[in-house]
Design a protein around this ligand. Structure first.
Ligand code: BDP
Length: 718
């Protein structure tokens, strides 16, 4: 069990034989074109039944007549079914990508609104079977939002012979090698299969910090090959753009979005892409952010920049995902009190609502800074009312332990998706905004930064795959409960043993609060190394850095004052009912106190505890809980396969140790800064951490860790 099949293992059920009589014996597929998702759906159902139950299921194809066979799974679109004489009375109207699943013993209908929807229905059927559920059921399922995209931050080069993956912790790129598209795209196809099974309909394959070479003929030819292996799974391909491409490729001397030659250039390149990839999904654009060029370089607006691409894509139905992650990392200046990176998105998009073409979607990170362990919801969601928006979630755990720590992310994501913006004092949940419902938009949805790599586990860690799985499930239906999504994933990935289910569920559901406890509390951000690695504790790097991720901690007080009356004004970017809550300390939830307010260490929280004592206690509690993970996992020894048992145990043991490094680093830092003793006497009696390499070693030798790792200061002992 390498993890390669993720949750699509189709493992033999213990009770398989007893269910044989209830199962279909035949799959009838209403499209015989091998590259069609309906064809894939048919093969997948037959393969799944064979593998889960050890029962052979034959596959046949028909595009005109449905034989009156018993014990058959019919797989096709509603249209194909109707034109083959099937009766569709009683099947509710489906939305794009939706499906109808009707399981009546051994007779099953899987009918999609489109081809992709049929495949989604097939995967849903198999998910039920693989979890041992063969009950009669009939229902329609429709996605909450049309955009359900994965972003990969893959580079053409940089990972040895493979392309590197920015913020990827599962090895180098599955798409690129030696500066071009890989010749062997087996993993790309396997990835598309996993993604289709959770309803993902597009993947942007390259880094948002994009390279102009993406638009050269050899790379575009290679992209066509990726699109070809994606297509049977209903996954469309998109790419990230480098805004200055026409100039960087030496073809024009400008990249001004209003220049006629630039406009023509982009139309032309877009035509060339669609010639190769007729179902190309569209472009993802990071502009005027962290040194990237963009329309502001020519004093054009962000809307003018986005519309340049939107118009080139319109004839083909393509979409521009234009990122709201726009801020000027070079010019943030701590000495200027009003500077606050959290303000940037709303400021940059101010006045632009309604100026974007209809096929532009603004892709907004969940919080105003950058994927921290806790952030308030980005206020930009409330400002885009005549513009479609999508939420950007980070599946790769950049700031959250980089897959070396177990952190199940959906509870964090839900705090944002379920957040009520109270636009015009009306219910305005973020999930209702990005689905398009709240402001009547036809586009919108979800972008998940996954960054899988060539590692057989995809993300570098078996347990981290629950985040990828849950991302797809939530993008399809954000009302789902994170724990129940998790349990589906556990049953599919491991098995249905109650101890397995209970243990992984409880550890995963505790994992985000646990990580928050030992890394950064009360909305202060993840107190990680901010300078580059974003891993391991480095609270000293949190101020005086050009990225504007500041805590403003000094000897007496801590927190960013983001109030309107005395601070950076960020709280005022929310609609009034929310703004007033954050403006006042007494109504700001404890877990965001230091995000919005600058307070003395001795400030009392709503919980009654002081800020500094909460820091000490939370760090001890978090690390103590992480200590329990390895022994809890150990109870599963005989209940899951050895390979995954050992690999997970290794990571959890590491996490248990690293949580102590975190606890001591953060507690010591704030004790040294504030001089406030710990009421329990732990911190001052344990003031300095002694690294192994600084001890008198007998039988151990220090060595330099490669790649360099901030957690150990680059040195370990062996
Ligand atoms: C930050 C990452 C950086 C990305 C950037 C982005 O550290 O690698 O390029 O976000 O999202 O979180 O553009």
């Amino acid at each position: 069990e390498t993890g390669l099949n993720g949750w699509l293992r189709y493992a033999r059920l213990p009770s398989a034989e007893t269910l044989h009589s209830e199962l279909p014996v035949h799959v009838l597929v209403l499209n015989s074109t091998e590259t069609s998702p309906v064809y894939t759906a048919g093969s997948e159902v037959a393969q799944g039944i064979g593998s889960i139950f050890g029962k052979k299921c034959s596959v046949g194809y028909s595009s005109g007549y449905i034989p009156p066979d018993n014990a058959t799974v019919i797989v096709g679109t509603i249209k194909q079914y109707a034109s083959s004489g099937g009766l569709i009375n009683g099947i509710p109207e489906l939305e794009a990508d939706g499906f109808w699943l009707n399981i009546s013993g051994s007779e099953v209908q899987i009918l999609g609104q489109n081809e992709r929807g049929t495949l989604y229905g097939a995967f849903e059927y198999l998910s039920l079977l693989a979890q041992g559920n063969t009950s009669q059921i009939a229902y329609a399922s429709n996605p909450d939002a049309p955009i359900r995209w994965i972003n990969q931050w893959d580079n053409l080069q940089g990972g040895g012979t493979h392309g590197s993956v920015e913020r990827g912790y599962g090895g180098p790129s599955i798409f690129f090698e030696n500066g071009t598209v890989k010749s062997n795209l087996t993993r790309a196809a396997q990835y598309a299969r996993l993604l289709a099974s959770i309803g993902i309909n597009a993947v942007v394959v390259n880094n948002v910090n994009a390279n102009e070479s993406m638009l050269t003929a050899p790379i575009m030819d290679g992209l066509k090959r990726i699109a070809d292996v994606f297509r049977p799974y209903g996954v469309q391909l998109g790419i990230s753009l480098y805004f200055a491409s026409p100039q960087a490729l030496g073809e024009l001397d400008t990249f001004d979005p209003l220049d006629g030659a630039v406009i023509e250039w982009w139309h032309n390149r877009t035509d060339q892409i669609y010639k190769r990839i007729p179902d190309f999904a569209g472009y993802l654009v990071k502009a005027n952010s962290e040194g990237q060029p963009g329309p502001l370089t020519y004093n054009r607006t962000l809307a003018e920049g986005a519309n340049l691409f939107a118009r080139a894509l319109q004839p083909y139905g393509g979409v521009v995902m234009f990122r709201a992650f726009v801020y000027d990392s070079q010019n943030l200046n701590e000495s200027y009190w009003k500077d606050d990176r959290a303000n940037a998105a709303v400021q940059f998009f101010n006045g632009l609502d309604g100026q974007f073409e209809d096929n532009v979607v603004i892709q907004v990170k969940y919080g105003p800074i950058d994927f921290q362990v806790r952030e308030p919801t980005s206020p930009l969601f409330a400002h885009l009312q005549q513009t479609s928006s999508a939420i950007e979630l980070e599946i790769t755990q950049e700031y959250l332990g980089q897959q070396c720590h177990l952190v199940y992310l959906p509870p964090l994501w839900k705090t944002v998706l379920d957040f009520d913006m109270r636009v015009d004092s009306q219910p305005s949940l973020v999930r209702g905004i990005v689905s398009g419902q709240r402001f009547n938009r036809t586009l919108g949805g979800y972008a998940g930064v996954a960054n899988v790599g060539t590692n057989q586990t995809w993300l570098g860690s078996h347990l981290a795959m629950s985040n990828l799985y849950a991302f797809g499930r939530l993008a399809w239906n954000p009302r789902l409960d994170p724990a129940s999504i998790l349990q589906d994933w556990i049953r599919l990935t491991f098995n249905s043993d109650p101890t397995v289910l209970d243990t992984i569920t409880s550890m995963s559901m505790e994992s985000w609060p646990t990580y928050e406890n030992y890394t950064g509390n009360l909305g202060i951000q993840t107190l990680t190394d901010i300078l580059y690695a974003h891993y391991g504790p480095n609270p000293a790097s949190q101020d005086n850095n050009p990225w504007g991720q500041w805590t403003r901690a000094d000897a007496n007080s801590i927190g960013m004052d983001r109030t309107v009356w005395n601070g950076t004004g960020f709280a005022g970017q929310y609609p009034p009912q929310v703004a007033v809550m954050y403006e006042n300390i007494s109504t700001t939830p404890d877990d965001l106190l230091l995000w919005f307010h600058h307070v003395p260490y001795t400030q009392h929280l709503q919980s009654g505890q002081t800020v500094i004592q909460h820091f000490y206690d939370a760090h001890y509690a978090g690390a103590a809980n992480a200590q329990t993970f390895p022994s809890r996992w150990a109870t599963l020894k005989s209940k899951i396969d050895d390979q995954r048992y050992e690999e997970v145990l290794f990571r959890l043991t590491y996490q248990a140790g690293h949580s102590i490094v975190w606890r001591d680093a953060i507690n010591n830092f704030y004790f040294n800064l504030s001089n406030v003793p710990d009421q329990a006497g732990r911190v001052e009696n344990h003031p300095y951490r002694i690294e192994a390499e600084s001890m008198d070693l007998s039988g151990y030798t220090p060595y330099t860790v490669s790649p360099w790792n901030v957690a150990s200061g680059g040195v370990a002992v062996v």
